[in-house]
Ligand binder design. Structure first.
Ligand code: ATP
Length: 310
């Protein structure tokens, strides 16, 4: 079997009392759209910076294609840092060409690739404009183009979707997925907006307090989850019909659409649940499905916290 494209192995990094990485181990398969997800302060940026040698872990290893990683390898990567690193007063096309050349492209190839990316990201007419004259979302697109202009085989993108509207998330997500599909490239991106990126990633690793608490393909994680979500909307949009013993199962109530968590084990039958509700209220909509990514995350964090208390 092929070695993973990138591996973080038991990384530890401490800042005073804070363990930013606390035994972080991740395997990123080649050709994946890999969501590196977790709440604020979980350790995502620290792990990404470690891949680029921008911080030195206290212990642990980083492997690329099964071997140690060096600066030549890193030149073939694309990096979108959390602290965006573009020049506000430089023309957009000029700086994309500059970044392409920094990664070894000839001037002609860099110009051609930069123009192609501007077009792909819907900014073909803005090449001559200074970066600072673009909107925040469009600057974000240029930042992404700067990370991708040399067609890297491995892209590591720190919060590429932050501050983007849903259309921007969809467009940039599609541009990245195309890289994975057309070139078997690997995209690792971080986000703390789990609902926003659920449809974009096929593999995920969820980091919490410097450790991975959930990892695998999203479809497998959902299928293997020990919980199922039962969603009900009644004609009066109230929660009055809820049996007392179900009240602690409610995870959200959005304008009368009530979502509850049930254990997947014990052969739970959605028809039985529905009959129970129908005997108390008029049902207008219902669903029974695996948890969403953020529900998976919350249930895993809660289980992790219980484990830590034991
Ligand atoms: P966010 O989603 O908010 O960007 P993150 O998951 O990227 O968060 P990190 O930036 O990796 O989280 O930070 C992990 C922890 O390490 C945090 O508690 C942070 O305050 C701490 N930390 C990170 N860098 C430093 C530093 N240079 N000095 C001190 N503490 C740091």
């Amino acid at each position: 079997m092929d070695a993973p494209h990138l591996e973080l192995i038991d990384l530890h990094k401490r800042y005073g009392d804070v363990a930013a990485l606390d035994g972080c181990t991740v395997e990123v398969p080649r050709g994946s759209m890999f969501g590196f997800l977790g709440p604020n302060g979980a350790g995502k940026t620290t792990a990404m910076r470690a891949v680029f040698g921008l911080i030195q872990p206290d212990s642990g290893k980083i492997r690329y294609l099964g071997r140690g990683i060096d600066n030549n390898d890193r030149l073939r990567f694309g990096y979108m840092p959390e602290q965006r690193g573009l020049y506000p007063k430089m023309g957009v096309l000029k700086q994309l060409v500059y970044f392409g050349r920094m990664h070894g492209l000839t001037k002609g190839a860099a110009t051609e690739a930069s123009s192609r990316w501007l077009e792909r990201l819907g900014l073909a007419g803005r090449g001559a404009d200074k970066l600072e004259t673009l909107s925040h979302g469009n600057q974000q697109r240029i930042q992404l183009a700067a990370a991708l202009v040399h067609e890297p085989e491995l892209m590591i993108l720190d919060e590429p979707f932050s501050g983007l509207d849903p259309l921007g998330v969809r467009d940039l997500g599609a541009a990245l997925k195309q890289q994975v599909r057309d070139r078997n490239a690997t995209v690792v991106f971080s986000s703390h907006q789990l609902d926003l990126v659920e449809d974009i990633c096929d593999q995920v690793a969820v980091i919490h307090q410097g450790r991975i608490i959930l990892e695998g393909s999203l479809a497998e994680l959902q299928a293997d989850s020990p919980i199922r979500m039962f969603e009900i909307e009644t004609a009066d949009r109230s929660a009055d019909w809820l049996p007392d013993e179900w009240r602690q199962r409610v995870t959200s109530n959005t304008r009368g659409r009530i979502r509850m968590q049930f254990p997947a084990a014990n052969g739970i039958d959605p028809d039985d649940l529905l009959d129970r509700v129908r005997s108390r209220a008029e049902v207008v909509a219902f669903g029974f499905e695996p948890p969403s990514l953020s529900e998976l995350f919350l249930s895993t964090v809660e289980a992790d916290q219980v484990d830590q208390r034991l």
